[in-house]
Design a protein around this ligand. Structure first.
Ligand code: SAH
Length: 369
């Protein structure tokens, strides 16, 4: 006989965030709702409130009897993210929020509104263990992995802000795992969150996988695994240098999986998923922005063929406190772009949204001050 299901969750479970509706599969939700003594269809009602209505306040679940509301909320909707501070920039189109988690760990998320889309940049870990020397998050080390629901809640909060804002009806269309943390080092929770995002409503947020980008330093086995999930998210590889000597310094995990191996894994991802991979390259003045490095980058990428498998995203370095590095000169940046274009490599330069509120790429450090 199988183990009976627990009637209530111990909340919080020791050493882990309390379990939340967004951690569960639709089947688990039904089973747990029934095991807690409710009718199975309550699960569907609760999902509709959470994923469609973005309503976590049981006072708003007016189609449920009050006693049922309280019990379901206590079991399944713990408060995972407590807002510490919100800052805005770009005339309100960029919104950065600092969150305190159940164990006082701090993370940030950034909501960016564009004319044609809304992008939510989420954190997958508190801190990061990858120690890239130019990235603010990398300087403090890893505190812990986030749970699936702690990631999903960042997106739900963004959607709720839009709904309550002036552009009613708009939803988050894009999610990028480019906040704090290395998503491929927290694979299980990240793929769990991706599933909650792409599952059609009311069981999930009903987003398109095409709108989701997972950015990685290049953990090759995880990149390979991601290609087998059947969810064609966009993969972004943080390359930053096309030779091992420099990349060993800029992205220390390169000593484990080198340029050749990570570019192969990216190419393989594109081949298997038919999704164009994005190569991230932060332009750092006089470090990795010389013309010969643009040529080398083009060579390394084109070696894998020229069938549109790749796109280069140049990020002007956002200077971080204490770093000796800064962004490239404009003419060096322009020359870098020109050399890639000349060789037929598609390239764009990333905008630096939220820079003045330390909300741009690589600036998230989540301090309470
Ligand atoms: N760990 C993941 C997600 C990190 S943030 C990764 O490394 O891909 C997303 C992107 O911002 C990465 O490409 C990262 O290298 C880049 N980045 C980090 N610090 C930066 C900085 N100071 N300026 C510009 N880009 C930066």
């Amino acid at each position: 006989m199988s183990e009976p299901l627990p009637l209530v969750f111990e909340s919080p479970r020791r050493g882990q965030p309390p379990r939340h509706w967004a951690d569960l599969t639709p089947t688990q939700r039904r089973e747990l709702v029934e095991a807690a003594g409710h009718r199975a269809y309550r699960a569907r009602q609760l999902s509709a409130h959470y994923f469609e209505g973005l309503r976590t306040d049981p006072g708003e679940w007016t189609d449920l009897p009050e006693t049922v509301r309280a019990s379901l909320a206590a079991s399944f909707m713990p408060d995972l993210l407590r807002e510490v501070r919100t800052q805005t920039a770009d005339h309100g189109d960029t919104v950065k929020t600092l969150w305190r988690l159940y164990d006082n760990a701090l993370v940030e998320s950034v909501l960016m509104r564009y004319p044609d889309r809304v992008t939510m940049c989420v954190s997958s870990q508190a801190g990061c263990g990858m120690a890239c020397p130019f990235c603010a998050t990398g300087q403090g080390g890893l505190q812990r992995n986030l749970s699936t629901a702690e990631i999903v809640e960042q997106v739900v909060d963004g959607s709720r802000r839009l709904r309550h804002g002036d552009i009613d009806g708009h939803r988050v269309s894009n999610v990028v795992f480019m906040g704090m943390g290395e998503p491929m080092a927290n694979y299980k929770a990240v793929i769990g969150a991706v599933r909650q995002l792409v599952t059609p409503t009311p069981d999930g947020l009903g987003m398109s996988a095409r709108g989701i980008t997972v950015s990685t330093v290049g953990l090759v086995p995880r990149m390979q695994q991601l290609a087998t999930e059947g969810i064609p998210v966009t993969l972004a590889l943080s390359l930053h240098a096309a030779d091992d000597e420099l990349r060993d310094e800029l992205v220390p995990i390169n000593t484990r999986w080198n340029v050749d191996e990570v570019v192969n894994a990216a190419w393989e991802y594109a081949r298997q998923t038919k999704r164009r991979v994005s190569i991230e390259y932060a332009l750092i003045r006089d470090v990795n922005d010389q013309a010969f490095r643009a040529d080398l980058l083009a060579k390394v990428l084109k070696r894998r063929g020229n069938w549109g498998w790749v796109h280069v995203n140049l990020i002007p370095l956002n200077p971080t406190p204490g770093s000796r590095w800064t962004a490239s000169r404009r003419r060096d940046e322009a020359e870098f772009v020109r050399r890639l274009r000349d060789k037929g490599v598609p390239v764009t330069v990333r905008d630096t949204r939220g820079r003045e509120i330390d909300g741009a790429c690589g600036q998230l450090a989540a301090t309470d001050r």
